[in-house]
Design a protein around this ligand. Structure first.
Ligand code: HEC
Length: 127
C-alpha cells in the first residue's frame, strides 16, 4: 500500500512560511530592550551585568541589601570583568533597588503594544 500525503504542496509551503513568521515573533518576544540608563551606575550595571545572562535573571532574584555584595562577588568569580570600584558601584546600585523600577520591554511589546481597547472587546466566546 502506498502511503501518500494528500496535503497539497502549496498548503505545506504556506504552513512553513507561517512557521518562519512564528519563529520571528517568538524571537522578538524573547529579546529584551533596555531603556536609556538613568545614571552612570545604571549604565555600568547594564554594561557589565548583561554579558552572560539577561537582566531578567537579576530582576527575578529577591536579594536585598547586603546580599548583593555576595552576589556581585560570586559573579566576579564567574568571570564578570569588573574591578573593585565597579563592583562597589554596582552593588550599591542594586542595594538601592533602582533595578526594580526599570521599564524593560520585549522587542515585540515595542513593535506591537497591547491595545487596551482591543483586550476588552466583546468576544462572544468569552463568558
Ligand atoms: C562572566 C559571566 C557573568 C557575568 C558578567 C555576570 N554573571 Fe550573573 N551569573 C553568571 C552565571 C554563570 C550564573 C549562574 C550560576 C551562578 O549562580 O553563579 C549567574 C547567575 C546570576 C544570578 C542568579 C544567582 C542566583 O543565585 O539566583 C544573579 C542574581 C546574577 N547572576 C547577577 C549578576 C550581576 C548583578 C552581574 C553584574 C555584576 C552579573 N550577574 C554578571 C555569570 C555571569
Amino acid at each position: 500500500m502506498a502511503l501518500k500525503s494528500n496535503v497539497p504542496p502549496d498548503v505545506i509551503a504556506r504552513w512553513q512560511a507561517n512557521k518562519d513568521q512564528a519563529k520571528e515573533v517568538i524571537a522578538k518576544a524573547a529579546r529584551l530592550v533596555m531603556p536609556e540608563p538613568r545614571s552612570e551606575a545604571e549604565a555600568l550595571f547594564f554594561q557589565k551585568c548583561t554579558i552572560c545572562h539577561d537582566v531578567g535573571r537579576i530582576i527575578r532574584n529577591n536579594a536585598r541589601g547586603d546580599q548583593w555584595d555576595a552576589i556581585v562577588e560570586k559573579m566576579r568569580g564567574n568571570g564578570a570583568p569588573i574591578d573593585d570600584r565597579e563592583a562597589k558601584i554596582i552593588a550599591e546600585y542594586l542595594k538601592s533597588d533602582q533595578h526594580r523600577s526599570l521599564d524593560i520591554k520585549t522587542e515585540l511589546q515595542i513593535e506591537e503594544p497591547l491595545d487596551p481597547a482591543k483586550e476588552c472587546d466583546d468576544d462572544p466566546a468569552m463568558p
